[in-house]
Design a protein around this ligand. Structure first.
Ligand code: SF4
Length: 508
C-alpha cells in the first residue's frame, strides 16, 4: 500500500447505517479523523482515501447489504492505491474477524467499544500493509470523551449512557453494546454547555434506556434531576430525550418534564406490542396497562404533549387477538406518530429461533392495518392544531419539496414537522434585506393552516422571526465541534449535511 503525498491531507467519508446512536457515533468518528489530520471528502467524491462504514446489525440482511457495499468498493480500491476501508459499528462487533475473511480488501475492523482507536488502527494497517481487527468486549473510554464533529449548528446529541441491562428477545443491542454505562451528570452538563456556548439551541439526551440512567451510581431519580439541571442552562431552548423505557419510567420524570420550561413536551416511548402475552415473550417487563397509565399521567401533566412510539407487528406467536390488543392501545394512546416495523429475524437474538414465526403474508396484512389505524389517529391529532400558533426551529433537510414549494421546514416544540411559507421571496420582516432572511437555526412563529398525517403546513406570513446564533453559524458555514468533555475552547469548521441513517431501528 502507498501513502498519500505528505502535502495533501488524506480524505475520508463515513457511511452510516442504523439508529441515532450510530449517527452520533459517526460524528465522533469524523471528529477523531479530523483531529488526526484527515479532511472530509465531498459526498460526490468517489475516491476518498478512507471510507468508514458505521454499521447496524439490527435489521435482517444487514450483513448482505454490507458485503454488497464492500464488494462495490473493491474495484474502486484497486484503482486507487492507498485507499483504506474500515468497518465499525454493531455488525463489526458481531462479525469481527469474519469481515476480513469474507472481504480481505477491508483494512480495519473496529467495534462499538473502541471507536477512539480508529486513527491508530488505520495508521497501523497502512504501515503493516495488513488488516487490523480490534474489538473490545467492554467500553474503556466513554465515547463522549472523544472529539466530535457536529453535523448541525442548532441541535446536538449528547450521550448520557451507552449499553443496556435489559434482555428484549428481539434485540441485539445488549450483546453488542454491553451493559449500561452511565456518564457522570457533571460531564453531561459540561458537554451541553459547550454546545450551547457555540449557539446550539436544542439538545437531545441519548441512551438506550434513559429512564434507568443512574443505575450505575445508585440514583433512581437521576434522569429527572438531569432534566431539571438542563433547565438551568441559559440559552438552551429545547431539551429532548430518547429513548425512555416504560418499565423504568418514574413519575418524577413526568414532573421534571412539566416543570422545566425548556424540556419539550414530546415523548417517544416504545410500545412494541399492546398484548401482554407478546410483551412477555419479548421479555419487556411492563404490561399494556402500565404503558397506558404513564401516558395518562403525561397527558394530565402536559395536555399539549405529543407522544410517539415504536411498534413491532408479527412477533413470533402473535395471534389475531394479540394484534387487536395493539390496535386497542394505539387507539387509546392517540399517538402523534409511530414507527411501525414488521418483525424480522435478527440473527443472534432469542426471538430468531422461537417457535411460531409468522408467514410473511399475515405480517404484511397486520402491518397494513396498523398503518391505516395509526394514520387515522395521527391525522386527527394533527388536525387539532390547525389555527394554532407554533414555534418552529428551522431545520436543514426536513422538507424534500421545499425548493419547489418555496417553503422552509422545521420542528415545532412538540416535535411535529412543520413546512412553512417564509413570506415574500423567502424573507420575513424587512423583505428583501439580508436581515430578514430566515436561516436554518432561526426561530419562527407561524400559524398552522393545514394538517396531513405526517406533517403540518403553515402557509401564511410568519408571525415572527428571531435570528439566532445557530442561524448565524449556519449562514457562515460553521458547525460546532466538541473536543471530548469540554477540553478547552471548541473549534469551528465547515458543516455538512447530517448523514442520514439508512435503516430504521426498532431497538428499544
Ligand atoms: S430493545 Fe432497547 S431496552 Fe430492549 S434490550 Fe434492546 S436496547 Fe435494551
Amino acid at each position: 500500500m502507498t501513502t498519500a503525498a505528505a502535502s495533501s491531507p488524506r480524505t475520508y467519508q463515513v457511511r452510516t447505517y442504523g439508529c441515532q446512536m450510530n449517527v452520533h457515533d459517526s460524528e465522533r468518528i469524523s471528529g477523531l479523523l479530523e483531529q488526526a489530520g484527515y479532511v472530509r471528502a465531498a459526498e460526490a467524491d468517489e475516491n476518498p482515501d478512507v471510507v468508514v462504514f458505521n454499521t447496524c446489525a439490527v435489521r435482517e440482511n444487514a450483513d448482505n447489504r454490507l458485503y454488497g457495499n464492500l464488494g462495490h468498493l473493491r474495484p474502486v480500491k484497486a484503482r486507487h492505491p492507498g485507499m483504506q476501508i474500515a468497518v465499525g459499528g454493531c455488525l463489526a462487533q458481531k462479525d469481527r474477524g469474519e469481515i476480513v475473511r469474507k472481504a480481505p480488501w477491508v483494512d480495519v475492523v473496529f467495534g462499538t467499544h473502541n471507536i477512539g482507536s480508529l486513527p491508530v488502527l488505520l495508521d497501523r494497517a497502512r504501515h503493516n500493509a495488513a488488516a487490523e481487527v480490534e474489538i473490545l468486549e467492554s467500553l474503556d473510554v466513554f465515547p463522549s470523551t472523544l472529539p466530535t464533529r457536529r453535523e448541525s449548528t442548532y441541535a446536538g446529541w449528547v450521550s448520557i449512557s451507552v449499553g443496556c441491562n435489559n434482555t428484549c428477545t428481539f434485540c441485539i443491542v445488549p450483546s453488542l453494546r454491553g451493559k449500561e454505562k452511565d456518564r457522570r451528570p457533571g460531564d453531561i452538563l459540561s458537554e451541553v454547555r459547550a454546545l450551547v456556548d457555540e449557539g446550539v439551541l436544542e439538545v437531545t439526551l441519548l441512551g438506550q434506556n434513559v429512564n434507568s440512567y443512574g443505575v450505575e451510581f445508585g440514583d433512581r431519580l437521576a434522569f429527572g434531576k438531569l432534566l431539571r439541571a438542563c433547565g438551568d442552562i441559559e440559552g438552551l431552548e429545547r431539551v429532548r430525550f430518547t429513548s425512555p423505557h416504560p418499565k423504568d419510567f418514574t413519575d418524577d420524570v413526568i414532573a421534571a418534564m412539566a416543570e422545566t420550561p425548556n424540556v419539550c413536551h414530546s415523548l417517544h416511548m416504545p410500545l412494541q406490542s399492546g398484548s401482554d402475552d407478546v410483551l412477555r415473550a419479548m421479555r419487556r417487563s411492563y404490561r399494556a396497562d402500565r404503558y397506558l397509565g404513564i401516558i395518562e399521567k403525561v397527558r394530565a401533566a402536559m395536555p399539549d404533549a405529543a407522544i410517539t412510539t415504536d411498534i413491532i407487528v408479527g412477533f413470533p406467536g402473535e395471534t389475531d387477538a394479540d394484534f387487536e390488543r395493539t390496535l386497542d392501545v394505539v387507539r387509546e394512546a392517540r399517538f402523534s406518530s409511530a414507527f411501525t416495523f414488521q418483525y424480522s429475524k435478527r440473527p443472534g437474538t432469542p426471538a430468531a429461533t422461537m417457535d411460531g414465526q409468522l408467514p410473511k403474508q399475515v405480517v404484511q396484512e397486520r402491518y397494513e392495518r396498523l398503518i391505516a389505524c395509526v394514520e387515522e389517529i395521527t391525522w386527527a391529532e394533527n388536525k387539532k392544531l390547525v389555527g394554532e400558533t407554533v414555534e418552529v426551529l428551522v431545520a436543514v433537510g426536513e422538507g424534500r419539496k421545499d425548493e419547489r414549494t418555496g417553503r422552509m421546514s422545521g420542528r415545532a416544540r412538540d416535535g411535529r414537522l412543520v413546512h412553512f411559507a417564509t413570506g415574500a421571496n423567502g424573507q420575513h420582516g424587512e423583505a428583501g434585506s439580508q436581515a430578514g432572511r430566515i436561516r436554518p437555526g432561526d426561530i419562527v412563529h407561524t400559524t398552522i393552516t393545514y394538517a396531513a398525517p405526517h406533517h403540518l403546513n403553515a402557509d401564511g406570513e410568519p408571525l415572527s422571526h428571531r435570528r439566532t446564533r445557530a442561524g448565524d453559524a449556519a449562514e457562515a458555514g460553521r458547525a460546532p465541534r466538541t473536543p471530548g468533555v469540554l477540553l478547552g475552547l471548541p473549534t469551528i469548521g465547515a458543516p455538512a449535511v447530517a448523514p442520514a441513517p439508512t435503516t430504521g431501528c426498532a431497538a428499544h
